[in-house]
Design a protein around this ligand. Structure first.
Ligand SMILES: [Mn+2]
Length: 441
């Protein structure tokens, strides 16, 4: 069970004395005209409440109480009230009364009360924590509330004097996952892994890319995942060289490699897996050589995930293997160390080797602290995803290499002693991939 109360307590603990934090839910987003996307809660709001309705706001207060002469920490939730007619149209609402018990907040009110109550709640607070800059309308309403407190100055009330970003505190908490969070992320990775295997077993030249996307979506839904963690990338042939290809509307051809970057989310936690495999069950010589190189780079990078190393160590390990291999295969010429220094690999490998993973697929948490790469610590989860992409127009290399795009991505947890690959259940050796993709051919 995720412990949202503990998440709030940790944030309150990190906040300055005499401060208030105001964190809104996500809003419904329009897809077209009056049709909306399915609602997805804001990750920050979910982390602190577990509440999945829109039109809500969490207020955390850490204030010195004159009566009890002690520092009081309280959580208030503002949410939609229960209105039968509205619930008939848009669904069940928890309502403020039930919220107190269900979400273990000290008080809960109708969302319409928020503007009225904010000036009182902010009174005598020195600072206001918020996600400043996320939403200009929201920013304006908070500034308006601060102004209203200032107008009460003659009554002896003092107004906040500092507007602070809540992100450094909140996102540092989110960066280190609890055992409960890790258990959910493992389930998401396991389910996505199965879905990738299904795609490999089913692929055939002549299928549309989006049909593989549909297979993955269906498998994850049957396994209990309502949503994908992000839009799936299914790129066949040279489409694999487009890093964020999501058109997924081309026919898969005999001889194509297919790059699938897809992962479901479970209870708002993401998985993020990429595999690249041959449509007809057999790598060509060039495809196999580049694939093996990316795999070697990925294994070296995964090896570098351990406490004591920093975030960029896996990237450095991958770049070293890739550059050396590109020289051996004749795609680059020169001294390996000099080529790394000059970033000569960049036409073929232009992205970083990974990112934090959690409630968001590109999860929060800074990558550097005071200019230094962040040290890896147990409980962090990151992706390890080197690739090689030889553009169809890359005239500096022999024609036989052009149009090949490969990426291999796994989700890796930092443990006390090293790492655990959460997505280990998708095979990736050349032999295993050829065996899987040869099924039913
Ligand atoms: Mn990724």
């Amino acid at each position: 069970m995720l412990n949202f109360v503990a998440h709030r307590q940790s944030l309150l603990h990190a906040m300055e004395d005499n401060s208030i934090a105001v964190i809104p839910s996500a809003k419904l987003q329009v897809r077209n005209r009056d049709a909306e996307f399915p609602f997805r809660q804001s990750s920050d709001f979910f982390y602190l409440t577990g509440f999945t309705e829109d039109n809500a706001c969490l207020v955390l207060i850490k204030k010195y109480d004159q009566k009890s002469k002690s520092l009081q920490q309280q959580s208030y939730l503002f949410c939609q009230t229960k209105v039968k007619e509205m619930e008939i149209w848009t669904g069940y609402r928890l309502g403020p009364d039930a919220a107190i018990e269900h979400l273990s907040v000290e008080q809960a009110f109708a969302i319409e009360e928020l503007d009225k109550q904010l000036p009182d709640l902010m009174s005598d607070c020195d600072s206001v924590y918020a996600l400043w800059g996320d939403d200009k309308v929201w920013d304006a309403s908070l500034i308006d509330a601060i102004e209203k407190v200032k107008l009460k100055a003659r009554t002896g009330v003092s107004a906040p004097t500092a507007m602070l970003a809540v992100e450094p505190l909140l996102h540092d908490l989110r960066l280190i996952k609890s055992d409960d969070e890790i258990a959910i992320m493992k389930r998401a990775a396991d389910l996505s892994a199965e879905a990738h295997v299904v795609a490999m077993e089913t692929v055939k030249p002549g299928m549309y890319e989006y049909q593989l996307e549909g297979l993955i979506r269906n498998h994850c839904a049957q396994g209990g995942a309502r949503f994908d963690a992000y839009s799936s990338i299914v790129g066949s042939g040279q489409n694999a060289c487009v890093l964020h290809y999501t058109a997924n509307d081309q026919v898969i051809k005999d001889g194509d490699l297919i790059l699938i970057d897809a992962g479901c989310e479970i209870n708002h936690y993401a998985s993020d897996i990429t595999r690249t495999f041959p449509a007809n069950g057999q790598f060509s010589a060039e495809q196999k050589a580049l694939y093996q190189l990316v795999l070697d780079a990925q294994l070296a990078a995964i090896d570098a995930v351990k406490p004591g190393n920093h975030f960029n160590h896996p990237h450095e390990a991958a770049v070293k293997v890739l550059t050396k291999g590109l020289v051996e295969l004749g795609l680059l010429n020169g001294d390996v160390d000099e080529l790394i220094e000059k970033e000569a690999y960049k036409p073929f490998y232009m992205h970083k080797t990974g990112h934090w993973l959690g409630l968001d697929v590109h999860d929060v948490g800074s990558y550097k602290i005071k200019g230094q790469w962040r040290a890896l610590k147990p409980g962090m989860v990151l992706t390890v995803e080197p690739g090689l992409y030889v553009s169809p127009d890359e005239t500096s290399v022999d024609e036989k290499w052009r149009g090949i795009g490969i990426r291999i991505e796994d989700d890796v947890l930092v443990t006390d002693t090293g790492h655990q690959v959460l997505s280990e259940n998708v095979p990736k050796s050349v032999a295993d991939v050829e065996a899987l993709t040869s099924t039913n051919k």
